[in-house]
Design a protein around this ligand. Structure first.
Ligand SMILES: Nc1ncnc2c1ncn2[C@@H]1O[C@H](COP(=O)(O)OP(=O)(O)OP(=O)(O)O)[C@@H](O)[C@H]1O
Ligand SMILES: [Mg+2]
Length: 336
């Protein structure tokens, strides 16, 4: 570091819900929501990250909040580029310093055009060399698996916009499944459910809060209760209603089942030798979605294999991407 260090190497987990930045030699320096607030008329950015999230769903008419990523891919290129630029600016120690290398993870299920967009956004944000890595590979490295071994490991990264499942061996992805279902889908299912069954209109961030507090994939003992504020559709005015964890479980049943079904599909396509390794080592869950209560147990019951939630699942991908950045030569086989 210091004044004379004029280049920085960065690793970025550009997620649908959260963006994390890792600086070589320093570790994780930023972890903020992937959201931008801008002025509707002149498109100037007012805030990014946490500050912009505070404004979400309560914006006056001249301010708009945008989440530039949808299902793991860039949906609004200009805003995504601005967001990356501004988030990097927040953590750069030295404004003179240039970004030399940037390693960014991308979902496995993305097209060449979508990859190009990530690469271009990183270059426009100032990176001279951009490297891409598959998100489940980064997750596997981040939780400390030795991905170069001739042994199969299964990682399930449940993010906000995607669930990525991969069986990894010898530094490569042998089989994978990627579905555009993640935590956001659970929130949306809750909004629908409470509207239909309780005449209660809630915002998606309220749904997310409820999910984190009382959401579960399996029965809870005891079941939980929560007071929820929303707009009562019968009278049209704000109201508080009591809801139960059983309600929430029912609301998210379908997308949760889709995640389990994707894990099963991936296992069915896994070569037997690698399947035997997974039987022994179990399945590792990462990503914020893996924090849903009982999700590991629910998947375990469906597949009859050991299932573990990784330690600190929300930072697994950026830690893995950072590890690759620290040893680009050693990990050259995992870069795409
Ligand atoms: N305790 C919790 N219980 C349930 N869900 C949670 C919990 N904590 C976080 N989440 C969910 O995790 C998701 C965010 O996870 P993460 O940061 O891994 O996603 P992302 O990397 O931004 O998305 P993606 O990888 O799909 O692009 C959100 O949908 C959030 O609601
Ligand atoms: Mg992610």
């Amino acid at each position: 570091m210091g004044l004379f260090n004029l280049t920085t190497d960065l690793a970025i987990d550009l997620g649908t819900v959260n963006t994390l930045i890792y600086i070589k030699g320093r570790g994780i320096v930023l972890n903020e929501p992937s959201i931008v607030a801008l002025n509707r008329s002149n498109r100037r950015i007012i805030a990014v990250g946490y500050e912009a999230q505070q404004m979400d769903e309560r914006t006056p008419r001249d301010i708009e909040t945008i989440r530039p990523l949808k299902n793991g891919v860039i949906a609004d290129f200009e805003v995504a580029e601005q967001m990356i630029r501004q988030l990097i600016r927040k953590v750069q120690v030295n404004w003179l310093s240039a970004i030399r290398r940037m390693v960014i993870c991308v979902p496995r299920g993305i097209t060449e055009v979508e990859k190009r967009a990530v690469r271009d956004a990183a270059e426009h944000a100032g990176a001279r060399q951009v490297y891409l890595i598959d998100e489940p590979m980064a997750a596997a490295i981040g939780i400390g698996l030795n991905v170069s071994e001739p042994i199969g490991n299964m990682v399930v990264d449940i993010g906000g916009g995607t669930t990525e499942i991969a069986v990894i061996a010898l530094s490569g992805i042998v089989v994978d499944e990627s579905i555009r279902v993640g935590g956001n889908e659970l929130d949306a299912a809750m909004v629908q459910y409470f509207k239909r069954n309780h005449n209660l209109l809630i915002g998606s961030s309220t749904a997310e809060q409820i999910k984190k507090k009382v959401g579960s994939a399996t029965e809870l003992d005891p079941e939980l209760e929560l007071s929820v504020k929303g707009r009562y559709l019968v009278s049209g005015i704000p109201k508080i209603r009591k809801i139960s964890s059983e309600d929430v479980r029912e609301a998210i049943r379908e997308p949760v089942a889709q995640i389990a079904a994707a894990v099963i599909r991936c296992l069915e396509r896994t070569p037997p030798e690698l399947g035997a390794d997974i039987l022994e080592r179990g399945i590792m869950l990462t990503g914020g979605g893996s924090l849903l209560k009982g999700l590991d147990e629910m998947i375990r019951m469906r597949v009859d294999l050991p299932v573990y939630v990784a330690e600190d699942p929300l930072t697994a991908v950026v830690r893995g991407t950072g590890e690759v950045l620290e040893d680009m030569h050693g990990y050259k086989n995992v870069l795409t």
